[in-house]
Each structure stands twice: as structure tokens, then as C-alpha cells.
Design a protein around this ligand. Structure first.
Ligand code: HEC
Ligand code: HEC
Length: 339
């Protein structure tokens, strides 16, 4: 069995908050090519595999995934939707330098972060087939869009696994000359539609109590009364928002602001941008003031962890409306499906 204590010693903070920027009116977004344009052959197979893992992450259940989510539940339309943290924008933002620990975060390390926290799992090893495939898929989406934008209609050039894993924000990153000339490295790292767009701070301090009413009116029909979503024949098409099968206390989505940005822009599913700014904050507070799987960096002391990693808008280590301290009844990290 893998020891969580040992893992926690070395777990880096790979869920640092992204720079969110406000959406601009009339913004045009990069258009990746249709999936049917993924080429035949070895490179195309990696891209297709990455797509498969991303939309049906449950095939990695018990190996790398410890909850009922799929990557595409939060990175919508298979990682293609602008303003839902699209992969095509992410790929060209890594490797990223992190001021906090003066460390370079490669693309594969960022992918690993979402396995550890958002998927409450255990990340595939550096260089593994899965990380290569997910990197290849992200690269292909992004590069196909950039090539079309620059008028280059040839197939997306294949890259070695080692190159794919690092990410595209490098001066020595190979790309067609017209693509390189069209934008600077910094512009490619901040493509419009990246991440979840920032919304203004709420007029009134966000409130889980008010959020409950928003939840009942706008969310419950799909995410269920108890927030656990719905499954049919063992498949969750409507994902859980809290509880043992959701993202854990270290995940970016547990921050009230990040969830509010996501929700305002992307929920209710199929409608989007139905809630007021205040409603988005309140309902984000409501779903994030519920117990969920433990933060994998937990070493037995909630307050210490709270001090170290939770100096942001979230409820870890806090007590809300008569509940016990959140985190103290947290669910298991990376459980097996049968547990
Ligand atoms: C519960 C929601 C959720 C799930 C599920 C999820 N992610 Fe994420 N992901 C996030 C959030 C939140 C961020 C950071 C956004 C922020 O801080 O604004 C993020 C960031 C990322 C980024 C960096 C984006 C950027 O623009 O820099 C990548 C790449 C990524 N995730 C890949 C994955 C992969 C691969 C999976 C599945 C193994 C996955 N995610 C599952 C919520 C999720
Ligand atoms: C019509 C059904 C529907 C409604 C209503 C709805 N959602 Fe969702 N929600 C979904 C689906 C489906 C997904 C997964 C998206 C995907 O896989 O493309 C999702 C994903 C999510 C996620 C990210 C994945 C996870 O499980 O954490 C959050 C957070 C979320 N919804 C919150 C809300 C909130 C808050 C509301 C109410 C304001 C809401 N949703 C309303 C269907 C719905």
C-alpha cells in the first residue's frame, strides 16, 4: 500500500491559483481543429489516447483516480471550452516559474497536480504513458488552433515524448515559423479564454445560507439533493460536488473564488451565465462549506495545514453554521472504488 504520510512529506503545492482575468466583451477565442482531424499513426494515437483519458478518466479509477470525476467535468467540452480552463490555452503557459518556491512547474507536473487534488488520486509517474498522452492531446488542440490562425494548414508536427511533457512556453519549442511569428511567447501563454474568468467581488460577503436557496433552485435538479450527483448503470453523468466522491480539500475548486468563477461562467450546465454575481459567490460558498476528502498534505494537524496552505477564500479548518470544524471529518484520500 502506498503510504500517504510518506507522500505528504514531498507533496509540492501544484494547485496554486492561476491568474484569473476579467472576460473582455467580443473576445475571439482560439479554435482547435475538430477531433476527426487527429492524424493516423503513432503520434495521432497518443493524442487520441489523451482525449480518451480526459473525458473518461474513470478508466484510471483505483490506479490514478480516487473519485467519481472526469477531467472534462471541470474542463468542459473535452478541454476545448473557452473560459473553462481549456487545455489549448494551458499548454502554452508551461513550464511556469513559481515565485513562491522558485521552482519551475512543467506541464506534466501541472497535470499531476489535478490527479492529486481534483481527482483525489495518485498521479501517474513522470514520463508515464498517461502524462504523455494528456500532454499530446493538449499540445495538439493548442497547436492546431494556432496553426489555423496563422494560415498553416499542414498537420500538427509530431514531437518527442520528452518535449511534449515540458509544455510549450519555451523559446526553443519547435513550431512552424508562421506560428512563431504571429505572437510572442507571453501572448501565447495568456490566450483569451484561459482559466476561469474572474468576476467582481460580491456586493455582500458570500454566504452558504443564501447559497443553499440558490442551490435548490438552480443546481439540485442535476447535482441531487445531497450534492452527490446521479449515476446511471455505474456512470456518473452528473458529477458530485462534495462528499467522498468529489474533489479534495487541496483542489483549486474548493476555493470559493475559483468555484464562483467556474460556476458563474459554466453552470447551470447548458445554460451558463444565468446567475447573478452574488448568487454565484453564495452557491460557491454553499458547496465548499461541506465536508470532502482530506487535503493530501494533511499530517494530523488541521490548524497547521490551514495556516500553511489555506490562506485564501475557503472553509478548511473553519466551522460554518454549527457544523464541526471542516476538515475534521474529511473523507479518505484516494480510496478504492469499493471502499
Ligand atoms: C473538480 C474540478 C477539476 C477536475 C475534475 C480537474 N481539474 Fe484541472 N483544474 C481545475 C482548476 C480549478 C484548475 C486551476 C484553475 C485556477 O486556479 O483558476 C485546474 C487547472 C488545470 C490545468 C492548468 C490550466 C491552466 O490554464 O494553467 C490543467 C492542465 C489541468 N487542470 C488538467 C486537468 C486534468 C488532466 C484533469 C484530470 C486528470 C483535471 N485537470 C481535472 C479543476 C479541475
Ligand atoms: C442541467 C444540469 C446541471 C445543472 C442545473 C447544474 N449543473 Fe453543474 N454540472 C453539470 C454537468 C453535466 C457537469 C459536468 C460537465 C461536463 O462533464 O461537461 C457539471 C459540473 C459541475 C461542477 C464541476 C464538477 C464537480 O462535480 O465538481 C461544479 C462545481 C458544478 N457543476 C456546480 C454547479 C452549480 C453550483 C450549479 C447551480 C448553480 C450547477 N452546477 C447546476 C450539470 C448541471
Amino acid at each position: 500500500m502506498c503510504s500517504f504520510a510518506a507522500q505528504a512529506e514531498t507533496l509540492p503545492d501544484r494547485q496554486a491559483e492561476l491568474d484569473a482575468s476579467v472576460k473582455k466583451a467580443g473576445q475571439a477565442y482560439l479554435q482547435p481543429r475538430a477531433l476527426s482531424a487527429i492524424p493516423e499513426g503513432e503520434f495521432g494515437d497518443k493524442v487520441r489516447k489523451g482525449y480518451q483519458l480526459f473525458v473518461n478518466s474513470q478508466q484510471m479509477r483505483d490506479k490514478y483516480v480516487g473519485n467519481n470525476l472526469n477531467c472534462s467535468n471541470c474542463h468542459m467540452d473535452a478541454g476545448r471550452k473557452a473560459n473553462a480552463a481549456p487545455l489549448w490555452a494551458a499548454y502554452f503557459a508551461y513550464p511556469a516559474y513559481r515565485k513562491k518556491n522558485d521552482k519551475v512547474n512543467s506541464y506534466e507536473e501541472r497535470l499531476q497536480g489535478c490527479f492529486t487534488y481534483s481527482m483525489n488520486g495518485k498521479p501517474p509517474a513522470s514520463g508515464s504513458e498517461e502524462l504523455v498522452a494528456l500532454s499530446a492531446y493538449s499540445y495538439w488542440l493548442g497547436m492546431s488552433g494556432l496553426m489555423d490562425q496563422a494560415g498553416v494548414s499542414s498537420p500538427v508536427p509530431a514531437l518527442s515524448d520528452a518535449e511534449l511533457l515540458k509544455g510549450g512556453k519555451r523559446d526553443d519549442f519547435a513550431m512552424p515559423a508562421a506560428v512563431k511569428a504571429a505572437m510572442t511567447l507571453e501572448q501565447r501563454a495568456k490566450l483569451p479564454g484561459k482559466a476561469y474568468p474572474k468576476i467582481p467581488a460580491p456586493e455582500q460577503a458570500y454566504s452558504p445560507e443564501r447559497g443553499k436557496a440558490v442551490y435548490q433552485a438552480h443546481c439540485q435538479s442535476c447535482h441531487n439533493v445531497d450534492g452527490q450527483g446521479y449515476e446511471t448503470a455505474g456512470v456518473y453523468s452528473l458529477p458530485p460536488l462534495w462528499g467522498p466522491q468529489s474533489f479534495n480539500w487541496g483542489a483549486g475548486m474548493h476555493r470559493v473564488n475559483t468555484a464562483a468563477y467556474f460556476i458563474y461562467e459554466n453552470m447551470p450546465f447548458g445554460k451558463s451565465i444565468q446567475l447573478t454575481n452574488q448568487q454565484a459567490w453564495d452557491v460557491a460558498a454553499y458547496i465548499n462549506a461541506k465536508e470532502r476528502p482530506q487535503d493530501p498534505r494533511f499530517k494530523g494537524d488541521i490548524n497547521k495545514l490551514q495556516q500553511q496552505y489555506h490562506q485564501h477564500q475557503g472553509y478548511y479548518g473553519k466551522s460554518v453554521a454549527g457544523q464541526t470544524e471542516l476538515g475534521s471529518k474529511a473523507y479518505k484520500i484516494n480510496p478504492k472504488k469499493a471502499e
